[in-house]
Design a protein around this ligand. Structure first.
Ligand code: NAD
Length: 370
């Protein structure tokens, strides 16, 4: 039996705790029914931490995150804390986690579940069977580059400045994550930048190509300008396997890809840092959606995005691909049986609460493990 894995759960605010409650049931199920054991601890983040500690992430929680094998987060934020200064807003808790854990690779899968093919705004034949992965660089580029700011020019005009900047190592480490992922998928990486108009894009293309030649000949590498990539994602998304791109383009392209699949309530993500000498990578898993204050506390939240984030955690942090498959298959089966939360409801299906979805998922897991 493998050694216990340490998992830090941070449910956060709004629908975060509701969705996480159902995931916790699956974690406990795994503990009891599969040959995996987790040392799970729970703590506060976001508004929930602000209310208790006066900060959106206590130092002790940060320490726990550093020491855990993986962190699973719900969502942060809500109207209660909207008026607070930027430095202490709930979202700062999440930013602190990402920054101090140095999570430079953001993984956003876009998978179209067959049962939800009609939920996409694109034609069924365009999205049916879609399974792509966007790897976005998360800690560099124009969101962090210096100089930055707004200055007043001698003629009284104002000028806003941000700087797109990437170094060799920043490009290579995120490209390596993309190549490694591709090796376990369809072995294709499309690297995306604007090398036609940006020097940082030229460097990006050169470094990705160099790394490919040196270490990943078995993976097919192609390059695409980011604007074309946006167009191709809505025209023929199934042409892609893994897309790797910088922080700014990744921000946009991953949202475009997300919408190919229908609902925010279905979308997981992972953010990975460097591996240590034992091969353990710092990792944070979280749904793409926020705290959804409009439905919080009403039992309407879809827990699948958070559950799929846990499945990613099993796959990428704990090397438990079979268990991740089991969860993903259970999700597919529940959706195929017509069980739906409100966000993915369609005529003829059965509407269930957050807990009802948890019940259905556990029943399906029981069936599969029997
Ligand atoms: P949101 O993702 O919370 O909600 C957008 C819409 O999608 C809402 O109508 C909501 O009801 C629906 N929705 C989202 N997740 C759902 C789910 N699991 N099941 C059913 N419906 C779901 O985005 P928002 O409304 O722009 O932001 C609300 C709060 O969340 C804000 O305070 C924002 O700052 C915060 N936020 C946090 C994160 C995060 O924690 N990573 C991300 C985005 C927004």
């Amino acid at each position: 039996m493998p050694a216990n894995k340490t998992l830090l759960i941070l449910p956060g605010d709004g629908i975060g705790p509701e969705a996480m409650g159902q995931v916790r049931r699956v974690v406990d199920w795994m503990d009891q029914r599969r040959a995996v054991s987790f040392d799970v601890s729970e703590d506060l983040v976001g508004g929930a931490a602000l209310d208790v500690h006066g900060v959106p992430l206590a130092d002790a929680t940060m320490d726990k995150a550093h020491n855990a094998d993986a962190v699973l987060l719900g969502a942060v934020g809500g109207p209660k804390w909207d008026g607070l200064p930027f430095e202490v807003k709930p979202e700062r808790g999440l930013l602190r986690l990402r920054k101090e854990m140095q999570l430079y690779a953001n993984l956003r899968p876009a998978i179209c579940f067959e049962a939800l093919v009609e939920a996409s705004t694109l034609k069924p034949e365009v999205v049916s069977g879609l399974d792509i992965m966007i790897v976005r660089e998360l800690t560099g580029g124009v969101y962090f580059g210096e100089p930055r700011g707004i200055e007043t020019l001698p003629n009284g005009e104002r000028r806003g400045i941000n700087t797109q900047v990437y170094t060799t190592s920043e490009i290579r480490r995120v490209a390596a994550v993309a190549f490694e992922l591709a090796k376990k998928r369809d072995k294709r990486v499309c690297s995306t930048e604007k090398a036609n108009v940006m020097e940082s894009g030229v460097l990006w293309r050169e470094e990705v190509t160099k790394l490919h030649n040196e270490s990943y000949p078995e993976v097919e590498l192609s390059h695409m300008y980011a604007d074309n990539c946006g167009m191709q994602l809505v025209r023929a998304p199934k042409q892609f396997d893994v897309i790797v791109t910088d922080n700014l383009f990744g921000d946009m392209l991953s949202d475009v890809a997300a919408m190919l699949t229908g609902s925010l309530g279905m979308l997981p993500s992972a953010s990975l840092g460097d591996a240590d000498e034992t091969g353990r990578r710092k990792a944070l898993y979280e749904p793409v959606h926020g705290s959804a204050p409009d439905i919080a506390g009403q039992g309407k939240a879809n827990p699948i995005a958070t559950l799929m984030s846990f499945a990613m955690c099993l796959r990428y942090s704990f090397d438990l691909g079979e268990d991740a498959d089991l969860i993903e298959e259970a999700v597919k089966a529940v959706l195929a049986s017509g069980i739906r939360t409100g966000d993915i409801m369609s005529p003829g299906c059965t509407l269930v609460s957050t807990e009802g979805m948890g019940d259905a998922l556990l029943a399906e897991l029981d069936k599969r493990a029997a």
